[in-house]
Design a protein around this ligand. Structure first.
Ligand code: GAL
Length: 693
């Protein structure tokens, strides 16, 4: 592969980062998938290499489930199979993202050490025979995993195919937390450290005077296992934090070894769309390149929204750097109740969607559809039908298409709008015994993300600790847990001229799930200019009419889920409830604060009303859509840098659309040099346009 010049600014100093090295090595947008050659005979593997070359595959993840093969018995390492695989890949110009193989311990390990098996909160021991059957705190698991990582690193150090390490696989996917006695010990150690050995500090943080839970010693603490009623919420929250860190410690252990033995090889692990257990913002700085697995359900009404949100989170977590779509299904998955195929064109559309959100690598699970095992009905790039198939033809066509625009790689996505997401808040928000169980993080994020998508603006998803100063608008969906420090940062952003939109049930508790007192949302009251005494969650199907004020007098909508009897303390109402008993009480407010403005939404607005309110906030903040006047469901994204500029148009609808453009664009996929007036997008169509220099 020829390297192309890239617009990558090193994160620190002048030396290129390890991530940059990977991208330089790969050249253009990388293409490939999980490759599990151990499932196939030699003649099939020979065909694999031929087809990979044909489909322009240049990056494969190898060995994710290889442990039982390379260490068939304790300490009996045998890498000969993968030696051949890596040699063959290299001979075909394909880079290996080599797994540390620790995601699925071999049967002998669970047989010799059943204590490595994970235990659920109700005490069920989860057996081997699936995968990921290890307790993250297990010293035995960690020792064996570390030994394997070390042997692999020493063995493959300097191998020309080795381009990246893939540590573990989807940490936390099946086992977000373990509740065994080994974990209990590790939790007590973690708590001693967190509370500086001071059990009184823990009692205070956990509000243990409630229900006689005061601890006399750290030794008396257990994981929040199944209890007669709700376990202590602060204890549950700390257990989620601890479990994130226990998984992270497994990653760190292996990554530390790899960095020592092969300091020049970048390291990644794959995050998973929608996974609550692993705090992506916490882990991402430990990776050289951020990678994510994305499995939208083609049966969903708007299947592109959640992936878009996830991709914007990955880009946010990586500080805007290019990231890897490590896994997506070529067509159907096997693990839903009803597994929809990707219709013709949909796989291409969703791959380009990832690129439109900043991915520089499009990979799949998996290269060849398995013949046996639990995932035999999960699609592969080469399906059971073989290369003479729709799926493979679409794959090979996309591989060639991506290879035709190498200089797209390295360009960046830049947005003026941020959504704040915080894993600690997500964990706390979804604990039990809250005013409503309907305030779920992902759905509430989409309530905000969907209308912004419809309004045609791009979004970065970042944590509250991020530097907000470069954003014209910051949207805060239901950020239940907010430290006073983060609240001050958000407040300073507004007083310095920023525009803010905050939704209900934000800023309610501190980092120990203790309520900020004095009227909700206490740490944001000043900036929002409102005060709330009581929440009034809705019954399941209850709705409330809402109506605009002043310039918005014509705006009528429907709200549901939640409302509050809001007191104005400086803010002006923009919308009010319109139902009996609630008529005139504010539903949406706007407050001028310092140099900026802050809006508050005390209810969940229907999508059209949300678009109207967010549209006003965007207009006030001077944010315009990437391309004005696009039909609903057509997405536009710009990627630019180093003198190159691309416009990607994605038709997420089932209709054909003609898009009129200013004549500054040419077709990047079928270059003729001609300026383009109108782009015709068929259903699921994609256009990639290059700016005329
Ligand atoms: C991922 C996993 C892969 C494969 C895939 C199937 O969660 O990393 O190994 O199981 O799902 O969709």
């Amino acid at each position: 592969m020829n390297a192309v010049p890239r617009d990558v600014t090193p994160v620190s100093g002048t030396a290129p980062s390890l991530g940059d090295r990977l991208w330089r090595r790969l050249g253009g947008v990388a293409f490939g998938g999980d490759y599990n050659p151990e499932q196939w005979p030699a003649e099939t593997r020979a065909e694999d290499l031929r087809l990979m070359a044909e489909a322009r595959v240049n990056l494969v993840t190898v060995g994710v489930f290889g442990w039982a093969r390379v260490e068939p018995a304790r300490g009996a390492y045998d890498f000969s199979f993968f030696d051949q695989v890596l040699d063959d890949l290299h001979a075909h110009g394909i880079t290996a993202d080599l797994a540390t193989m620790t995601a699925s311990p071999p049967p002998w390990l669970a047989h010799e050490h059943p204590e490595i098996l994970p235990v659920t909160a109700d005490g069920t021991v989860l057996g081997p025979g699936g995968r990921q059957h290890f307790c993250p705190s297990s010293p035995v698991y960690r020792e064996r995993a570390a030994l394997l990582a070390e042997r692999l690193a020493e063995h493959y150090r300097g191998h020309p195919a080795l381009g990246m390490w893939h540590v573990g696989n989807e940490y936390g996917c099946h086992i977000p937390a373990c509740y065994c006695d080994v974990s209990a010990d590790d939790f007590r150690r973690w708590l001693r450290e967190r509370y500086a050995d001071d059990v009184e500090a823990l009692n205070d943080a956990w509000s243990t005077d409630f229900w006689s839970q005061r601890y006399a010693s750290f030794d008396h603490i257990r994981p929040p296992r199944v209890a007669p009623t709700y376990p202590n919420p602060a204890q549950q929250l700390d257990y989620l934090r601890f479990s994130n860190e226990a998984l992270r410690a497994c990653f760190d252990l292996e990554a530390g070894i790899l960095r020592r033995v092969t300091p020049d090889v970048p390291i990644t692990t794959n995050f998973l769309m929608g996974l609550k257990a692993v705090d992506v913002f916490d882990w991402a700085p430990r990776l050289d390149v951020v990678a994510v697995d994305s499995y939208p359900d083609p049966h969903d009404e708007r299947p592109h929204l959640l992936p878009g949100l996830v991709y914007d989170t990955m880009r946010g977590a990586g500080g805007g750097d290019p990231w890897i779509l490590m896994e997506q299904a070529p067509s159907a998955v096997n693990w839903r109740a009803r597994n929809a195929i990707k219709q013709p064109g949909q796989m291409r559309l969703w791959s380009w969607q990832a690129i439109a959100h900043g991915a520089d690598a499009i990979l799949y699970f998996q290269w060849r559809q398995s013949r046996g095992g639990a995932e035999k009905f999960h699609s592969g790039m080469v399906p059971h039908a073989g290369a003479d198939s729709r799926v493979y033809r679409e794959i090979a066509a996309l591989g060639k298409e991506l290879a035709s625009v190498p200089d797209l790689a390295g360009t960046r996505v830049r947005n003026q709008v941020a959504i704040l997401l915080d894993w600690n808040s997500w964990w706390a928000l979804e604990l039990d015994s809250h005013p409503s169980d309907g305030v779920r993080q992902e759905d509430r994020l989409l309530d905000h993300y969907g209308p912004l998508f419809d309004l045609g603006v791009g979004v970065d998803v970042v944590p509250p600790s991020a530097d907000l100063s470069g954003y014209a608008l910051v949207v805060v969906p239901n950020l239940y847990l907010l430290s006073s420090e983060d609240a001050r940062r958000v407040t300073a952003y507004v007083s310095g001229g920023g525009a803010l939109v905050v939704s209900f049930f934000s800023g309610i508790v501190d980092e120990h799930d203790r309520v900020h007192l004095g009227g909700y949302p206490a740490p944001l009251r000043e900036v929002l200019g409102v005060r709330v005494e009581e929440f009034s969650p809705a019954a399941e199907h209850e709705t409330f009419p809402v109506r605009g004020y002043g310039a918005l007098a014509d705006l009528e909508g429907v709200a549901d889920l939640w409302r509050e009897d809001l007191q104005l303390a400086g803010a002006e109402p923009e919308m009010a409830f319109d139902s009996q008993g609630w008529a005139g009480r504010p539903a949406v407010t706007r407050h001028e604060y310092g140099e900026g403005t802050a809006r508050y939404l005390s209810t969940r607005l229907d999508a059209a009303t949300m678009r109207a309110i967010l549209g006003r906030a965007l207009a006030e903040a001077g944010v315009t859509p990437v391309v004005a006047g696009l039909p609903a469901g057509v997405q536009a994204s710009v990627r630019d840098g180093a003198g190159r500029r691309f416009l990607i148009l994605l038709n997420h609808t089932g209709d054909k659309h003609d898009i009129t453009l200013p004549r500054e664009w040419t077709d990047a996929l079928a270059p003729s040099g001609e300026g383009i007036d109108v782009v015709t997008l068929p259903p699921s169509g994609v256009a990639v346009l290059r700016a005329v220099q």
